[in-house]
Design a protein around this ligand. Structure first.
Ligand SMILES: Cc1cc2nc3c(=O)[nH]c(=O)nc-3n(C[C@H](O)[C@H](O)[C@H](O)COP(=O)(O)O)c2cc1C
Length: 182
């Protein structure tokens, strides 16, 4: 059982890749479909033990539950302005409760996929930065990070079907699946 999270603002290439990777029993969350409030910066979560966060009425509650339930979390993010998307960053900020109640994410592995319109090579440094960003968070939240692949989706005006970019798309998916399962 694994959790798949698409950090795209639409059901585009990230969603497609994750949907092709997952098994039926796995959970796939598209952040584009979710309503997640910004972290208030109140730090009430430092000693708020009734729940994760005092904002209990948004879709983050479901995401907290899913994150705790799954030891393998596969995140695909579009590259936006050389980094992850705002909605994914917003979700990550809301992981603040796990900073105070440490070890809740210990033993979990976050697998990363990036998708950008530029060539894989052109985006190699950006993908590395994103990996290092997650590794930094993993160091204090307790999860490990494995980078799976940096995809290119091609020209942004037509880049809505990743399968057209890769003749060997199905083989790539099979390989990534093996990496997640190993
Ligand atoms: C606001 C915005 C910023 C973007 N910035 C970049 C970028 O810095 N580098 C890049 O390679 N692609 C960039 N792109 C292209 C997307 O990464 C690309 O279209 C990707 O396929 C989006 O993922 P999705 O299909 O899952 O939505 C940007 C797209 C948008 C809408």
């Amino acid at each position: 059982m694994a959790l798949y999270i698409s950090g795209s603002n639409r059901r585009g290439n990230c969603y497609r890749i994750l949907n092709d990777l997952r098994d039926e029993e796995d959970t796939l969350i598209a952040l584009a479909d979710k309503s997640i409030n910004y972290c208030l910066g109140c730090n009430a979560c430092m000693d708020y033990l009734d729940s994760y966060c005092i904002m209990e009425d948004d879709d983050m509650q479901e995401i907290y539950d899913e994150i705790l339930k799954n030891d393998e979390i596969i995140i695909a993010t579009p590259i936006y302005m050389n980094h992850i998307t705002g909605i994914l960053k917003n979700m990550i900020d809301r992981l603040n409760p796990f900073c105070w109640h440490d070890e809740m994410l210990l033993g979990k592995t976050v697998y990363l996929i990036t998708v950008g319109q530029m060539d894989e090579e052109e985006n190699a440094d950006i993908a590395e930065n994103i990996k290092e960003y997650f590794e930094g968070i993993g160091e204090f939240l307790g999860f490990k990070v494995k980078f799976l692949r940096n995809f290119t989706s091609g020209d942004i005006r037509t880049s809505d079907n990743i399968t057209k970019m890769y003749k060997n798309y199905e083989a790539i998916i099979r390989k990534l699946k093996r990496e997640i399962e190993s």
